[in-house]
Design a binder for this molecule. Structure first.
Ligand SMILES: NC(=O)c1ccc[n+]([C@@H]2O[C@H](COP(=O)([O-])OP(=O)(O)OC[C@H]3O[C@@H](n4cnc5c(N)ncnc54)[C@H](OP(=O)(O)O)[C@@H]3O)[C@@H](O)[C@H]2O)c1
Length: 230
């Protein structure tokens, strides 16, 4: 494949968990990747050929470096806003949620994805590309102690829905991956045994299904996508 014929994706938060699992699967399919995380030790070795940009999605300078890396590739087909901040562990009630932490949850889970979408939209429009915003069941269920993170993911869902109306040539998805055995999930349930939760790799086929079949823009739950016969 020539470099310009290869589909290209940006995946935030790709050093572990779901972001890593999606990145690994797309690399295996021949995608070019621009990936980030704040701590990227071993990421370049694990994803040979990927452009690894160390940094924090809440930092405008870091986001500019991601956009520069994409422009250097000359095309963008997919943006996966996966990096996320849960908030303090154990999760606080809204009555006790420190505002500095709540701001950081919103900066990471809402404002950074919107900012990345804004800067990458011209390239996504050129390819009639796909935006995947990783959501959560906490966006739609009112779980006690999940009000900070859950309301941020609800805002991200709404961003997704409005963007879909404004950019009808794009595929714009919010995807609830379901519970997964990851560091974020462990920090939501400190001290609990979470070994019964599925590995993030088990959810990846749901994301690949979206890319392969390009259903209408909208909100999807991974278990439903996984139940669809290939
Ligand atoms: N795990 C679940 O049960 C579950 C359920 C529903 C939804 N989700 C969603 O699934 C997505 C992935 O979560 P996960 O469970 O896979 O989490 P994870 O294993 O903790 O991985 C999070 C990834 O994001 C990176 N990251 C975090 N904050 C970042 C920042 N500010 N800037 C750049 N990178 C950042 C982390 O690396 P660094 O720390 O090095 O930056 C890491 O690579 C999230 O959107 C989450 O809300 C998860």
């Amino acid at each position: 494949m020539t470099s310009t014929s290869q589909p290209t994706a940006v995946i935030t938060g790709a050093s572990k968990g779901l972001g890593w699992a999606i990145a690994f699967a797309l690399a295996a399919r021949g995608w070019r990747l621009v990936v980030d995380a704040r701590h990227v030790d071993g990421l370049a070795a694990g994803l040979p050929g990927a452009t690894v940009v160390a940094g924090d999605v809440t930092n405008p300078g870091h986001r500019a470096k991601l956009a520069d890396a994409v422009r250097a590739h000359g095309r963008l087909d997919l943006l996966v806003n996966n990096a996320s901040y849960l908030g303090p562990s154990p999760l606080p009630s809204l009555a006790d949620h420190p505002m500095t932490e709540l701001r950081l949850v919103y900066e990471t889970d809402v404002l950074a994805p919107v900012a990345l979408i804004q800067s990458l939209l011209p390239m996504l429009r050129s390819s009639r590309g796909t935006v995947v915003n990783v959501s959560s069941d906490a966006a739609v269920e009112a779980y006690p102690f999940w009000g900070g993170y859950g309301s941020a993911k609800a805002a991200l869902d709404h961003v997704t829905a409005v963007l879909a109306t404004e950019e009808p040539e794009l595929a714009v998805y919010a995807v609830d991956p379901g519970d997964m055995r990851t560091d974020m999930h462990q920090s939501a349930f400190p001290g609990e045994d979470i070994s019964d939760r599925p590995r993030p790799e088990s959810v990846v086929p749901a994301f690949l299904h979206l890319l392969d079949t390009r259903p209408p823009s909208g909100r999807y739950r991974a278990p439903e996508l996984l139940a669809v016969p290939a």
